[in-house]
Design a protein around this ligand. Structure first.
Ligand code: ADP
Length: 267
């Protein structure tokens, strides 16, 4: 479905990512991992056509350089990191904007019943349906992140690109989002490509992992193989598995250890 062949891209004439080749199938979830500054966001921007590239990016066998901007947008939707809100719409209006490409009319686009129903479906999926008439300027970072996710889903893209989609979310919503994305891709045959910092979330979501190191592919393959590889620790310059296992042991010792002093909820 999505193929990159020897792709390089960057800013002001300097490559930040180079020689990236990958193949993502329909219904596949791919996580991009790597330390700060290794080029994860740049790769997401490159795939979505936001910055120019060398090499070839194809969707369903068609080179994106030969497609119109709107044609690319019908296939690929990006949910980027939260930016400043300049205009306040309601949650519902914001999500309905994601349907824009599907709406009828040339100059003035009119949402159809299906557009409205689809926007509602996406709002229900992210748990915001009951508050859909609230202004987005009044929302917390986590709520806003879910609004943007619903808007991205409302575009009904084949491929969804997510750049740190959980960075504003509390634990419960992180877990729910990852479960939702996994079901969404498997049941509806969509493809999710996401940048995650949390390796546990990446493991829950991803079929495959692309590990970047200084703009180049350090490892690419099945999630279990990449996560268990020594390369992961080399790239992050720390004993990743040791750190994870230590954390788990701490949890275990708390749960299995002697009874703790009971804390009462402070009213
Ligand atoms: P990551 O997402 O892995 O943290 P980025 O793709 O954001 O990494 O950044 C990779 C490198 O590209 C960094 O050195 C960063 O400073 C540089 N970079 C990112 N955005 C720009 C930009 N708009 N102009 C110039 N350099 C940039």
């Amino acid at each position: 479905m999505l193929t990159l062949k020897n792709v390089s891209a960057g800013y002001n004439g300097f490559d930040v990512i180079s020689d990236i080749s990958l193949d993502v199938m329909e219904g596949e979830n791919l996580c991009i991992l790597g330390p700060n500054g290794c080029g994860k966001t740049t790769l997401i921007k490159t795939i979505s056509g936001l910055i120019p590239h060398m090499g070839t990016i194809e969707i369903d066998g068609i080179n994106i350089s030969d497609m119109k901007r709107t044609e690319v947008a019908e296939k690929i939707a990006v949910m980027s990191q939260i930016s400043t809100i300049y205009f306040s719409y309601t949650i519902y209006e914001t999500v309905l904007l994601g349907r824009y490409l599907h709406m009828n009319g040339r100059t003035f686009k009119e949402p159809s019943l299906r557009d409205r129903e689809y926007a509602d479906k996406c709002l229900k999926a992210v748990g915001l349906y009951s508050m859909k008439n609230k202004q987005i300027s009044t929302l917390s970072g986590g709520q806003l992140q879910r609004v943007y996710l619903a808007r991205t889903l409302a575009q009904e893209p084949n491929v969804i690109l997510l750049d740190e989609p959980t960075n504003h979310l509390d634990l419960k919503h992180q877990a729910e989002l990852v479960d939702f994305l996994r079901d969404w891709s498997k049941e509806e045959g969509h493809t999710v490509i996401g940048v995650f910092h949390d390796l546990n979330l990446a493991m829950k979501l991803a079929d495959n992992v692309l590990l970047l190191d200084k703009g180049k592919i350090a490892a690419y393959g099945k999630t279990k193989d990449v996560i268990s590889s020594k390369l992961l620790s080399d790239v992050y310059e720390m004993d990743v598995a040791g750190y994870m296992v230590d954390s788990l042991k701490q949890w275990e010792s708390i749960q299995n250890g002697p009874a703790q002093t009971k804390l009462r909820k402070i009213k």
